[in-house]
Design a protein around this ligand. Structure first.
Ligand SMILES: C[S@@+](CC[C@H](N)C(=O)[O-])C[C@H]1O[C@@H](n2cnc3c(N)ncnc32)[C@H](O)[C@@H]1O
Length: 319
């Protein structure tokens, strides 16, 4: 058993999502001699530990913006190179490890249970705590600061586009009228007071606001958009990238980046595609794959997952 956190073994804090499918998809790329695996979202190292078990001798490079998670994963894995940064810096991380390309990459997006389940991190609308929501505590701005700085119209737009909140304008106005909001509990009551019962949608009334604030504060979509082309370029021929997305905004970016890499770049009407304009990658999944009912029952976090995978072909240069 690994290092303990709140009396819980690290293996039990976070359950890796779609683990068997990730193993299956990355397996052929990681079984090559001296293969290197880049985990862009190491978290508690659940996926990495299983891949190391499948491929002893695998070189593991792990990135996480959350120092606490990275330290727990490093202790759990006992081997590997660990970098506390955001994954849009993956090219610099590889350079610092003395390489440019890897055999397999995983991006398991969003939050780990270490972050969600700790009220002190401020991600949960179910427990009271400081309104923090920083994935990295080295970042200066908290969600409380963000709410203080943003105007009501900008906040409403954010809640609508990143959270899909239909009552965005009401909620944004109520938050700004409430003055400084310091705790998750205060934010939940402001949201509750802003939306009359007959206008409330499915699920917890604060879910969509919390999701939007977290995505905005941590610049999640921006960093993902910057990281995807770098991850595609960092694969060796035959190398594989698997991405697990947890909301539609993320999955849209993954789908678009993969579709571009798996399309040729020849002008329409050309009778034959020149080799240098051929698609650099091929899709390994048809559409987005979802977790099975059994996994969702055991781990409700898997309910929203969308998995996509792609492989680098042995042709051309990545645009
Ligand atoms: C879902 S968890 C990963 C869990 C991991 N696969 C496991 O099995 O234990 C996502 C992790 O990615 C990290 N993360 C999210 N966005 C990141 C980014 N842009 N750069 C680096 N790490 C990020 C989070 O801090 C979190 O620890």
């Amino acid at each position: 058993m690994g290092k303990q956190m709140n009396d819980k073994p690290v293996e039990l804090i976070h359950q890796p999502v779609m683990l068997e499918r990730v193993r299956e998809l990355l397996g052929p790329a990681l079984s090559r001699p001296q293969a290197t695996y880049l985990d862009c979202t190491l978290g508690l190292g659940g996926h990495a530990a299983a891949l190391l078990e499948d491929h002893p001798g695998l070189r593991v490079i792990g990135i996480d913006r959350d120092r606490a998670a990275l330290e727990l994963a490093a202790a759990r894995l006992g081997t590997g190179e660990f970098r506390n940064t955001t994954y849009d810096h993956l090219d610099e991380v590889l350079e610092s490890a003395g390489i440019t390309h890897v055999d397999g990459i995983l991006m398991d997006l969003g939050l780990s249970s270490l972050q969600i389940d700790d009220p002190g991190r401020g991600f949960s609308y179910l427990a009271d705590g400081p309104l923090d929501m920083r994935m990295s505590r080295d970042e200066p701005l908290t969600a409380a600061d963000l709410l203080g700085e943003v105007s009501a119209p900008t906040l409403a737009k954010m809640l609508r586009s990143l959270g899909g909140e239909v009552n965005a304008a009401r909620i944004a106005q109520a938050i700004k009228a409430a003055g400084p909001v310091a705790t998750t509990g205060e934010l939940v009551s402001v949201i509750d007071g802003a939306v009359p019962p007959h206008l409330r949608g499915n699920g917890h009334g604060a879910k969509r606001t919390f999701q939007a604030l977290r995505i905005q504060l941590n610049r999640e979509l921006l960093l993902l958009e910057q990281a995807l082309p770098k991850a595609l370029s960092a694969l060796v021929p035959g190398g594989r990238l698997v991405v697990l997305a947890f909301h539609s905004g993320e999955d849209r970016l993954v789908k678009a980046a993969f579709a571009k890499a798996a399309s040729d770049r020849a002008p329409a009407g050309l009778p034959q595609v020149p080799p240098e304009l051929e698609a650099t990658h091929e899709l390994l999944t048809r559409g987005a794959e979802k977790a099975g009912a059994k996994e969702i029952k055991a781990n409700p976090r898997a309910a929203s997952v969308r998995l996509r995978a792609i492989q680098r072909r042995a042709v051309g240069k990545v645009a």
